[in-house]
Design a binder for this molecule. Structure first.
Ligand SMILES: Nc1nc2c(ncn2[C@@H]2O[C@H](COP(=O)(O)OP(=O)(O)OP(=O)(O)O)[C@@H](O)[C@H]2O)c(=O)[nH]1
Ligand SMILES: [Mg+2]
Length: 253
């Protein structure tokens, strides 16, 4: 781990296998439930929470849970540094600890841990499995029209520009094989908002990895605030446009 944070929690006695990476910023009302449901779904997995010094005391809640839970780890970073770098730090910890499959999952219970076994089953034959709202069987029961339009619009745009062959490239509920992550040579330059998710699909495909989607039901958060903002949307929009045009220019040459 670099100077940004240090992991805590004992792992030596545990079998490396699945590491579930969960970034948190002000998720105090969600993390305990999330941790409980995740271990219920995957008793052999380990979880790493990557917290950016949440003012609401999310890290203190995790430290309390760690007291009798050796499968739970915590990376504490000194300030809010964005979703992308939080995920990278968690994935790198998982690789360092010898995990063979690495899951990323939001802390706000939008991603139902009961879908984990299905995600991991698909990850046995693919390098990246995306939990998808837009394949048959996927759904978002309680989203308002604005969020639906934003997500649909973003995915239509990434498809038009990049042709990644993934219907829900912005979904953060995923499973990666350690093999493909090692090939990506993390961290590398990366985005910080949800554009990070699109970027990771590109990186996996560019490295020769296989990608598939499994349907998920995405639940709107009940507690805490969304961190999505205009800067995040513009960052993604700008980079997708830039990647799309540079790939077109490259093909023309
Ligand atoms: N460590 C860390 N975690 C973050 C940061 N920004 C967001 N997160 C976490 O990343 C996950 C996704 O963020 P959300 O705010 O739920 O974003 P979203 O799902 O696009 O928005 P909603 O659908 O409105 O919830 C959550 O677990 C957040 O707590 C950050 O800067 N640092
Ligand atoms: Mg959310």
């Amino acid at each position: 781990m670099g100077p940004k944070g240090s992991p805590s929690g004992e792992t030596r006695a545990l079998e490396p296998g699945v590491m579930v990476v969960v970034p948190t910023f002000n998720e105090q009302h969600n993390v305990a439930t999330l941790v409980g449901r995740t271990f219920a779904a995957l008793p052999d997995a380990q979880i790493v929470i990557v917290d950016d010094n949440s003012p609401d005391g999310t890290a203190a809640t995790i430290r309390r849970l760690q007291a009798d839970e050796p499968r739970l780890h915590l990376i504490e970073r000194s300030e809010k540094q964005g979703l992308g770098s939080a995920l990278i730090d968690g994935l790198q910890l998982g690789l360092e600890r010898g995990a063979t499959m690495l899951v990323t999952m939001d802390a706000d219970l939008s991603h139902d841990p009961s879908a984990l076994p299905e995600l991991l089953a698909a990850a046995r034959s693919h390098d990246l499995v995306v939990g998808s709202r837009y394949v048959p069987g996927g759904e978002i029961p309680r989203w308002n029209a604005f969020r639906r339009a934003l997500s649909r619009g973003g995915n239509a745009y990434q498809h038009a520009m990049l042709r990644l062959g993934v219907k829900d490239a912005t979904s953060g509920y995923r499973a990666y094989s350690a093999t493909i992550l090692r090939r990506l040579d993390l961290p590398g330059p990366h985005l910080e908002g949800f554009g990070f998710q699109i970027e990771m699909v590109r990186r996996v495909k560019a490295a020769g990895g296989t990608v598939t989607e499994v349907p998920i039901s995405f639940t709107e958060r009940e507690h805490g605030e969304s961190k999505i903002d205009r800067k995040t949307i513009l960052e993604a929009l700008w980079h997708v446009t830039r990647w799309g045009w540079s790939e077109r220019a490259f093909r023309k040459r």
